[in-house]
Design a protein around this ligand. Structure first.
Ligand SMILES: [Zn+2]
Length: 62
């Protein structure tokens, strides 16, 4: 999971496998102290992947 600002969303998407994107709420921006992975400015988005969830889903299906 990484954090990125608006400018570096595209860059971040290339760094995460099967990326999912979630905006960081204004409240979390203040309390969470998240910084962009690329430029260290305040982050606007969280990027993460569901890979572990997907593996569990496959196990259940089998
Ligand atoms: Zn940035």
């Amino acid at each position: 999971m990484i954090f990125v600002c608006k400018k570096h969303v595209k860059k971040g998407l290339k760094m995460v496998f099967l990326p999912h994107i979630q905006p960081i709420s204004d409240e979390n921006k203040i309390t969470g102290n998240f910084h962009c992975h690329a430029c260290a400015q305040w982050a606007d988005f969280k990027l993460y992947n569901f890979e572990s969830h997907r593996k569990q889903a496959v196990k259940k299906a089998m």
